[in-house]
Structure formats: structure tokens, C-alpha cells
Design a protein around this ligand. Sequence first.
Ligand SMILES: [Fe+2]
Length: 428
Amino acid sequence: MKTRSEQYQRLEFTLGAFSDLGRHAVEAHEFSSAARSILYLLLGSVGVPRGALLGCDTGGRLYPAAVKGMRPGSLREMEAAALRAPSRAEIEELARCPEWIPSGEQRLPAPLRALAAEWGMAGILPLVVRGQLAGALLAGNCLNGRPPGEHERGALETLGPYAAMLLLQHALVEQLRAAVQENLRLCESLADTYFDTVQAFSTAIDAKDIYTRGHSLRVARYSSGLAARLGMPEKSSTGIRIGAYLHDIGKIVLDRTLLHKAGTLDDKERREMASHPLIGDQVLSSVHFPWPEVRAVVRSHHERMDGKGYPDGLTGAAIPLPARILTVADAFDAMTSERAYREPVPPHDALRELVECSGEQFDPGLVRAFLEQCRSEVEQAGGDGAPRKPGGLRVFAKLLRRTGDSLTTSAIDRLLRILGPVPIPQPA
Ligand SMILES: [Fe+2]
């Protein structure tokens, strides 16, 4: 028989241990060990070798959080039993009475009475905090074989609210976690819908010209791949991708016959064609994109490094980096796609054209990054007899599949040597 002083010491120790457990109850991955500690402390403080701790989630469902002194697998068996949940009225009734209830008593909800009988428990203590049921403690007989007496029940009722606080804290954190997950799922599905809509719109833009079908989607792949290779943040890369989908949106107002004209354009036609970046910028001026890259790409994708581009005649680094990226991707896809007046240019010849026009039309550092990306994919595909390597960013995969072995790593190395050691632009 423990003396009163020993019992107080044990209670004091248990209370101290509960305050240390608070932090662990919040961490989902540590909750099961925290719940076991709570149970062991509660039962240990009154010398009961067997019991179980049930938690109550914010939906009012009870679930087994920990067991002590039971056969292996009992936690899982109890999970199935706990599915026979008490009604909301029964839960509210338990919350009104945070006192020890012996197993056989009729005021115990039937599912809990059955659970206590099935597992040979002496009684149940509802764990309540601020009038809300946070869980329940199922306790067996004491070591002397008798049900917990007045002192033991009193000790459990004193400690109950501390255990309840930890269980409630965990339930609230879980509720918050579920709400955050749901919000993230909603955001993702909203973003998917948004991208699908913009993609569909880009298909509508390309569809005006039978020779540019799929052009915007391919340009988006090349540009976002290039942005990722430069180490641009994901948000910027997304902005560039959306900008690529919409870069020729201004062409939607141009006459179809102008877009399909096979011969050279006269001055008036050229001016009309050259108006599409400004028209596109005006069309998008009322749309509040969360990505500044979109309008930069739409307005400036026909600027040139030497200042001979349009609509603003910007030079070099004054041209926004997203637009410089798109210019390279746009030109490469335009060359490697079929046009009304010519067959597609082989990828190697298109890359050589990018190199030859570097500095005047294209940013040399971006051409180098583009060549290096292409080289690494050719190498991964086993080009030039190099061993196959898995993984990595795939920007040119479809083109390489379509054009077979026309590109080799040594051919790209030659182009890189011609280009020279130009620095690759660093994102701001
Ligand atoms: Fe354009």
C-alpha cells in the first residue's frame, strides 16, 4: 500500500511529465508515442497494468490512440470496434460527466460498454476539456486484482484534464492539417483548370494558322525548360510558360490571308504583322496575372539584342530575360516546324542558325544554355555512341524522337566551340 506522500509524489511527477508531452502531441509523427506516454503515465500513477487511451476527433469519432498490457495487435482490433461509434448525444452526455464510470453501468454508451466488457476493463474515464470530449481512458483492475478504488479514481480524475488537453490539441492540429491539405488540393485543381484554359486558348491562337499548330505548346516547353536550366524560381518558370502559351495572342486580330501568305510581305503587311506584340500587350493589360513575366514575354518576344527588333527597339540586357528566353525558343521551333513556304529545318541547322545570329538577334548565353540542354538530352538518348543515362529534364525529347539521329554530341560540341565561352545569364 502506497503512503499518501508517495501518491502525491507520483502525481507531481506525472503532472510534470504531461507538460513535457505537450509539444509531441502536436507533431503527427510523434503523436502515437506521446499517446503511449500519456497512457503509461495515467495508469502508472495509480498502479493499473492494463488499459487503453481513446482519442476523439473533431467529428466526434472515437479512435484508439494507445494500449498498455494488452496482447499484440489489440490496437488494430480496437480500431475496428471503435467504428461502432457512440451517437452525438451520447458523446455530449459523456462530456457533461468527466467522472469514472464502472464498466457495467447503463449510463456508458453501448459501444463503450461493449468495448470495456470485451477487453475486461474495470471502467472508463471520459477525458474532457472545456466541456468538450477529447477522449476516454479505459482502465483495467489494479495490481491487487481489484477495480481502482476511491484514491485511484480521484487521481485519474485529477490527471484526466491534462491528458484531455493533449488529445484535444492533437485533434485541433489534425483538423487544421486536413483544412490546409484541402485548400492545397483546391488550389492545385484551380491551377490545373487555369493552365488547361490558357493551353486551350493557345491552341485557338495557333489554329488560325495551319502551319503553327502546336507551336505555342512547344515554345512553352522549350522556354520553361530553359528557365529551369538557368535556375529560375518555379514561379518565374510558370510565368514564362504561360507567357509562351499566349505570346502570339495579338495575331488573333490579324487577317488569316496575311498569316498564310507564302511570299515575302510588303511594307504595309510587315507593319501589320509587327503590330501583334503590342496588340497582345493591350489585350492582356486588363488581366491581373500573378506573373509579371507573361506581359514581358508577349510584348518583347520580337526584340533583338542589337536593338533592331520591335516594338520598343530595346537592346541587350534591357530586354527582359523571360522575353530573351522566349525569342530563342520561338525561333528554334519556327525553324524546326513546317511552314507554308518550306520544309522543316533539321535541328542541327536550326541550332547553327541560333549560334550564327547570337549577339545580334539572340542572347549568346541563352543560346549556349539551349545547346547544353540539347547536348545533355542527346547524350542521355545514347547519341554519338554514348551510354544511355536515365533521368534529367526532357525538353527536346519529342523533337529528337521525330528527327532520329540527325544530332550528335560532337556536332553540338562544335557549335559550342564556335559560340565561345559566353556567360549564361543569371536570374535576378
Ligand atoms: Fe510572335
